[in-house]
Design a protein around this ligand. Structure first.
Ligand code: SIN
Ligand code: CO
Length: 401
């Protein structure tokens, strides 16, 4: 039977689960209308839910050296958050205040077969998309603060009540607080709020700001979290994988090389040869390819890297010493290259990028001991200062009296 498609406006944010439809709709409808798209509160998703684990068992697990546990205490008056990483001890629990704390244990499904059984209710999802079941126990007022998760999560209320606030405002600010080691949002204005009872479940797609606070008394929440590798992780791993399988003899090659016009420049022809050597990088822009290659090639196989100065120099003292006849020598272990991008030129030194003009970059690539003009420009001085402080240019004081 075909499912008729409701318009976005008529999609309810709250539904009620039944024995035949725990999600309040068929899995196909849920995936089409909510999955990775919008939040959904499902009242009674797990009818007569009895938690498969007692709070004491969770506390016991949190004391296991191999378990991933955190005890988070909120000092409400001063708005300070204290995070005690596991393994925890009985003593840690004895010291907890009467309210405003929570215990979180990740991967409980790996430790407890009854908890793992809950995953059967999510069989409509590919099992490799499921990360873990994290269980939290909290006393009244306990929670982890407002935050955003990068993955889909089903927040199933197991015991007691939890107040949830979420924001479905796409323009909601996403800056973090800098004074808390938890990645909490600096600002949070809920657009929707609910009180969840045991068996109720809140589904959140990635990126929805939310805040769950234990209401009234002891509260257990089961978070069925998904996994979705970032493009950065996928790219890194794929690159390693491809690298492992490529034969050594396939290399960067330039049988068409012409005499260098500007020493050290990664020119257009080099970028074209890179494209030949990296056919899977076709989608990358020239700028990205150039920037990656500049960093890569200047740190490639470097047995040593110059050390940065313990005490960085300032621009005024560099200018003064140069005026007094000091020399700038390139560190022998520094490797350099440069390239012209669409809008700017970049100098690469041992894996790092520095903005530079073509003539500055070329001079640094060509000269081991730099010709210093009588009056160097301020941007030239700024570049040399960065290179001196990073250890790539050595300042040799004048021997003149
Ligand atoms: C909790 O259970 O306290 C936090 C779960 C979450 O917000 O992801
Ligand atoms: Co969360």
């Amino acid at each position: 039977m075909a499912i008729s498609k409701p318009s976005r406006k008529t999609l309810p944010l709250e539904v009620r689960g039944t024995a035949s439809h725990p999600l309040g709709m068929s899995p196909a409808q849920f995936l089409r209308d909510y999955w990775q798209k919008r939040p959904l509160l499902i009242r009674n998703a797990f009818a007569d839910f009895v938690p498969p684990l007692e709070p004491n068992d969770l506390a016991g697990l949190a004391c296991e050296p191999a378990a991933l546990a955190r005890l988070i205490v909120h000092d409400e008056k001063r708005d300070r958050w204290h995070v005690h990483p596991g393994p925890l001890s009985e003593d840690d629990f004895a010291k907890t205040p009467s309210t405003h704390w929570t215990l979180l244990v990740q991967d409980v499904d790996k430790w407890d077969a009854d908890v793992a059984k809950l995953l059967e209710h999510f069989n409509f999802l590919p099992s490799w998309r499921v990360d873990d079941i994290m269980i939290s126990y909290a006393e009244a007022g306990g929670g982890v603060g407002a935050h955003v998760d990068q993955y889909d999560v089903f927040l199933l209320q197991g015991l007691g009540q939890r107040h949830w606030g979420i924001s479905d405002d796409p323009l909601a600010p996403k800056e973090f607080r800098h004074d808390v080691e938890l990645k909490q949002l600096a600002h949070f204005e809920p657009t929707h709020e609910w009180l969840l009872d045991p068996g109720d479940m809140l589904y959140l797609p990635p990126g929805v700001p939310h805040d769950g606070v234990a209401f009234g008394g002891p509260c257990m929440t089961f978070s069925i979290g998904m996994r979705a590798p970032s493009q950065a992780e996928l790219t890194g791993d794929l690159a390693d994988h491809i690298a492992e399988h490529l034969p050594e003899e396939l290399r960067y090659a330039d049988p068409d090389l012409k005499p260098a016009k500007a020493t050290g420049e990664i020119d257009r022809a080099a970028i074209e040869r890179l494209r030949t050597a990296l056919p899977f990088a076709a989608a990358l822009s020239d700028d990205m390819l150039r920037d990656w290659f500049g960093r890569f090639i200047t740190r490639y196989r470097n047995a040593q890297v110059p050390a940065a100065l313990d005490k960085p120099l300032d621009a005024a003292s560099l200018a003064k010493q140069l005026k007094a006849g000091a020399q700038l020598l390139r560190h022998p272990w520094s490797r350099l290259a440069w390239s012209r991008g669409k809008s700017a030129c970049t100098l690469y030194v041992s894996g790092h990028a520095y903005p530079a003009t073509p003539s500055q970059a070329q001079q640094l690539c060509e000269q081991r001991s730099l010709d210093i003009p009588r009056k160097p420009g301020s941007d030239e001085l700024a570049l040399w200062l960065a290179l001196v402080n990073d250890g790539h240019l050595l300042l040799q004081k004048s021997r003149r009296r």
